[in-house]
Design a protein around this ligand. Structure first.
Ligand SMILES: O=c1ccn([C@H]2C[C@H](O)[C@@H](COP(=O)(O)O)O2)c(=O)[nH]1
Ligand SMILES: [Zn+2]
Length: 172
């Protein structure tokens, strides 16, 4: 598996933890030595219990929608960093970063953005992101997967757990 596939798969796996019922986003930050230094997904802020804040999108009351509360995947990945900083790192994101995340990406010193989905490319938030990234000379590129899915096969690692005892070693 190549680097991009591996790191984007980590971002997509992180996204699966998101409680957002509509759009689950994952981010994986990788340093120049190809070490993962931060992972995040979109979720409500720490200390805000499940159900205490809305996941709605279209309430007439802005306080009844998720947008004022949710912490974006990129923010969480940067806040979760395991290194002193993320200068010179690459961020793999399952969705093109919004304008607010783009500001944080730029200010944090991240030097490269690789994304999977650009489903909000027509929105001003995405247009503003691209404008800022262009001005800051931070390249961004789409990740084009070689296949639609990759399989994580637990049975390959531990066949005994699935009713297939490991084969006997060959006789001498
Ligand atoms: O840069 C971004 C942009 C968005 N998100 C999160 C924020 C929300 O939880 C969803 C978007 O919800 P929609 O229902 O598709 O409007 O994605 C993010 O983490 N990073
Ligand atoms: Zn964002």
């Amino acid at each position: 598996m190549d680097n991009d596939t591996y790191f984007m798969a980590v971002a997509v796996l992180a996204a699966k933890w998101s409680p957002d019922p509509n759009t689950k986003v994952g981010a994986c930050i990788v340093n120049p030595d190809k070490k993962i230094v931060g992972i995040g997904y979109n979720r409500m802020p720490n200390g805000c219990p499940n159900g205490s804040l809305p996941w709605a999108r279209e309430s007439e009351d802005p306080l009844g929608n998720k947008y004022l509360y949710v912490c974006h995947a990129e923010l969480n990945a940067i806040m979760n960093k395991t290194s002193a900083d993320v200068k010179g790192c690459t961020i793999y994101v399952s969705l093109f970063p919004c304008n607010e995340c783009t500001k944080i990406i730029i200010q944090s010193g991240i030097k490269d953005v690789i994304y999977l989905s650009d489903k909000y490319k027509g929105e001003n938030t995405t247009k503003a992101s691209k404008k800022m990234l262009d001005l800051a000379e931070i390249p961004y590129r789409v990740f084009l997967p070689a296949s639609k899915e990759i399989v994580i096969d637990f049975g390959e690692i531990a066949p005994g757990l699935f009713g297939n005892p490991p084969a006997d070693p060959p006789a001498d």
